[in-house]
Design a protein around this ligand. Structure first.
Ligand SMILES: Nc1nc2c(ncn2[C@@H]2O[C@H](COP(=O)(O)OP(=O)(O)OP(=O)(O)O)[C@@H](O)[C@H]2O)c(=O)[nH]1
Ligand SMILES: [Mg+2]
Length: 288
């Protein structure tokens, strides 16, 4: 039988730990079991004490001090060390039953999600292709405040897409910290960002505000070669047409619950919890 797990990923400060905590709170409120794994070797404080913590194996601080590495090199060393000591994960996770949702709270270094092949190796080990046989889903968080600066938003969208393509596991993208943008952007506009309407990236050519303030980020985006780059990025995202975002407000339990429903669907959690039908007696007789 397989287990269930969620990799909470995304750039630094996107709200991964806060989301993990609100998810744990919601799971507890709805009497579901969860197992919280911190995989950030530089994490400092937690509202919920992790059930398993990479810092018991290795910490970024020790690596930086003892090997003289910087924070990014140090993080890569920590993940390589984890991959050489996978029994640290399997000893804790193997005994868990399929009722548990295992939440992996990941670090925010963006290179982990773009070009370094450490996460694919880790997911391979955790997922159904590996010995732990976990039905895994990735949740990629992007700060909703990025919608204020379209170039930033689309750069973030590309990083989400890169993680999706690299990990090859079910994936939900989430715009986090929605409380921070509700008063700044209309619902209609937010919907366009959530559905990744690539026209948003191309419309600035006719934007009078951009023309009035040529140094504003949106105006810079409409300059010659940048315009061409934007068109190419828009085309790329459009070609894949598989990026959209759910909207998360951690203060609102309904919002957390709606996101969990998407995750449950992706990992087919409820199907596994349904009691299995006893074999039809007639069918057994017929087979006999
Ligand atoms: N207003 C608001 N602030 C938030 C929300 N989620 C997180 N924050 C704040 O954003 C900051 C970063 O949140 P974290 O949850 O630590 O983000 P993280 O992605 O785990 O960060 P790293 O692990 O350092 O990459 C903290 O100051 C949080 O209080 C949110 O939904 N709304
Ligand atoms: Mg964190």
């Amino acid at each position: 039988m397989s287990k269930f797990g969620l990799l909470v990923m995304g750039p630094a400060g996107a709200g991964k730990t806060t989301f993990s905590n609100s998810l744990i709170q919601h799971l507890q409120n709805t009497r579901r079991s969860c197992f919280y794994v911190n995989l950030d070797p530089a994490a400092e404080q937690f509202s919920y004490q992790p059930d398993l913590d990479i810092r018991e194996l290795i910490t970024l601080e020790d690596v930086m001090e003892e090997l003289g590495l910087g924070p990014n090199g140090g993080l890569i060393y920590c993940f390589e060390f984890l991959l050489q000591n996978l029994e640290f994960l399997s000893e804790a996770l193997d005994p868990l039953s399929e009722e548990y949702l295992i939440i992996f709270d990941m670090p925010g270094q963006i290179e982990l999600y773009t070009h370094i092949p450490l996460l694919p190796s880790l997911t391979q080990f955790l997922s159904r292709q590996g010995p732990l046989n976990i039905n895994l889903c990735a949740a990629y968080l992007l700060e909703s405040t990025f919608v204020i600066d379209k170039a930033k938003f689309f750069a973030g969208t590309l990083s989400a897409m890169s993680a999706m393509l690299m990990l090859e596991i079910p994936h939900v993208n989430i715009l986090s910290k929605m409380d921070q943008v509700r008063d700044m952007v209309t619902r209609r506009e937010l919907r366009r960002f959530a559905n990744v309407d690539v026209q948003l990236l191309q419309n600035d050519e006719d934007d009078p505000e951009a023309r009035a303030n040529p140094m504003a980020p949106d105006a810079l985006m409409s300059g010659g070669s940048f315009k061409q780059l934007n068109r190419a990025v828009a085309q790329l995202i459009d070609d894949f047409s598989m990026v959209s975002f759910l909207q998360l407000d951690v203060q609102d339990e309904d919002s957390v619950s709606a996101i969990l429903s998407h995750i449950d669907d992706a990992i087919q959690y409820h199907e596994a919890q349904e009691p299995r039908e006893p074999k039809d007696e007639q069918e057994v007789n017929y087979e006999d």
